[in-house]
Design a protein around this ligand. Sequence first.
Ligand SMILES: Cc1ncc(CO)c(N)n1
Length: 216
Amino acid sequence: MKFTEQLWQEISPIYSAILTHGFVNELTLGSLPSSTFQYYIQQDALYLTDFSRALNQLAARATTPNDMLSFTQFAQNAILVERALHESYFTLYDIQPETAKMPACFAYINYLLATTSLQSVAVGAAAVLPCFWIYREVGNYIHQRASQQNPYRSWIDTYASEAFDQSVSQMLALTDQYAENASAAEREKMRDAFRVSSRLEWYFWNDAYTQNRWLV
Ligand SMILES: Cc1ncc(CO)c(N)n1
């Protein structure tokens, strides 16, 4: 079994919780209140900018030109997706960019920046992998079920697209390659990082669904 297949098995309960979450369910049905989606998209704009920074950090620290190129391209794509998706929804809903990260976004992004900066590139790669993989799986899941009239169609199409699928496959191959060259202890850290980020993906949607804000 590939290392990444093992990773996916280990987050199976987390992935199930994501698929059955109210946010994903209502996004699929198109019944998600636009205020909920607005909170999500505002937080996600902040997320994607720093996600790009985390990927650039891996690009700077990777040792082969091929890996550097992959990470730089991922970093660039995150900014391009942020522009395309968020500018269209920001215009559509006439919403302002948010500057404050709410708890899940704050936790997730700080975790990704710390991990890609202070841990090995292999562990950093495992930490960013759920951002790719879970979105592809959730994107496809929703795409198969959503109607053409779904108001969140362009979001759905982005993550169910062939272009995104290719990035995800590339990121999976990269992670398997890092795992092959890693020690057993290092692979353990990669598994932990993958699990932590997967969990934070759930929290990200949960914060949007509950419109969570700092309580103090
Ligand atoms: C929180 C989150 N995770 C992953 C993605 C996809 O890169 C995204 N846009 N937002």
